[in-house]
Design a protein around this ligand. Structure first.
Ligand code: XMP
Length: 305
């Protein structure tokens, strides 16, 4: 823990130095990375930190309300931007293009907020694996490769850029953050869009959101995976009564990992898989089929896009 405490001391000092007398705007998603960043920056610059939560319309069930509750003690600004995101994503099917559009939208929203509040810097919770995967050409993490080049800030501050996720959790512990934040499952910046193959539409996202909630309810407490979630893969045939119909194919994924660079599927009991499949097909209209993904990383990635 001495290591984490030393890191905190140095990071607070570095943020203070980088920001100077300026205001700093940041995206607070409620994940462990951005929450740790917010706490460090609060210690460094106090009220000059302007945390913003963007409701992209691509968040998990109940997430926006939960974030408001969790961060009721800081001056969190909520930006409702679901319509904007869906409009920008209409008709787009290429995964990289989807990420770039989402990254660009995020930045434009922050620029807007920075302009309105007079902030000169953007603070981001980028961690080391985000950089490696973006540089390795695997995919653009929305907070790295997704940034537009004409970014209109004096600078970007990234205090966690040398840390792995487990180190960030250690720092969260040393900062005495609530357990819910410390142990929170990672959730990608582009949100449910990367769990919705092909075009992102409000209807499809609603299916992904419900299926995710069921996967989390059934798996988080019992198996404590690194991550578990559901994704909509596309349409396939199903049968209801005597009628063949087209319905969504939902994939469920649960993995163990240390740092997301590699991952192993969780060996779920048949009974659990059966219950999840029954619940998803019964509770979400339009789902015809549920599959469980047993592919490790590599060769697969954790997310679907
Ligand atoms: P993959 O799918 O590359 O994911 O095996 C590795 C870890 O990173 C998360 N992930 C992201 N996080 N922006 C993020 O902030 C992104 O664009 C992004 N893509 C994937 C993923 O959930 C997993 O924990």
């Amino acid at each position: 823990m001495v290591k984490a405490e030393k890191f905190i001391e140095e990071a607070v000092e570095a943020i203070r130095k980088e920001a100077g007398d300026e205001k700093v705007v940041m995206a607070l998603s409620g994940g462990v990375d951005s929450s740790v960043c917010a706490e460090l920056a609060k210690r460094a610059i106090g009220d000059r930190l302007i945390p913003i939560y963007v409701d992209t319309g691509l968040m998990r069930k109940g997430e926006s309300d939960r974030i408001c509750e969790l961060f009721s003690d800081i001056n969190l600004k909520m930006v409702e931007a679901g319509d904007e995101f869906f409009a920008a994503l209409a008709g787009v099917t290429d995964p990289e293009q989807k990420r770039k559009i989402i990254g660009e939208k995020f930045i434009r929203i922050f620029e807007r907020e920075a302009l309105a509040t007079g902030a000169a810097y953007l603070l981001q919770g980028t961690i080391y694996p985000d950089i490696i995967e973006s540089e390795g050409g695997i995919k653009s993490h929305h907070n790295v490769g997704g940034l537009p080049l004409d970014i209109d800030f004096k600078g970007v501050i990234e205090p966690l850029v040398e840390l792995y996720k487990d180190e960030v959790r250690e720092v969260a512990g040393a900062l005495e953050m609530p357990a819910e934040i410390q142990h929170r499952m990672p959730f990608p910046g582009p949100g449910l869009a990367v769990r919705c193959l092909g075009e992102v539409t409000p209807d499809k996202i609603a299916v992904v959101r419900e299926a995710n909630a069921i996967a989390e309810e059934e798996l988080v407490e019992q198996f404590m995976p690194w991550q578990c979630f559901a994704a909509v893969l596309g349409l396939g045939t199903g049968v209801k009564g005597d009628i063949r119909l087209h319905g969504w194919i939902v994939a469920v994924r649960a993995v163990y990992s240390r740092d997301a660079m590699t991952a192993e599927p969780v060996e779920l009991p048949w009974e659990t898989m059966h219950r999840i499949a029954s619940r998803i097909t019964a509770e979400i209209p339009g789902v015809a089929r549920v599959v469980y993904d047993i592919t490790p990383k590599p060769p697969a990635t954790i997310e679907y896009e």
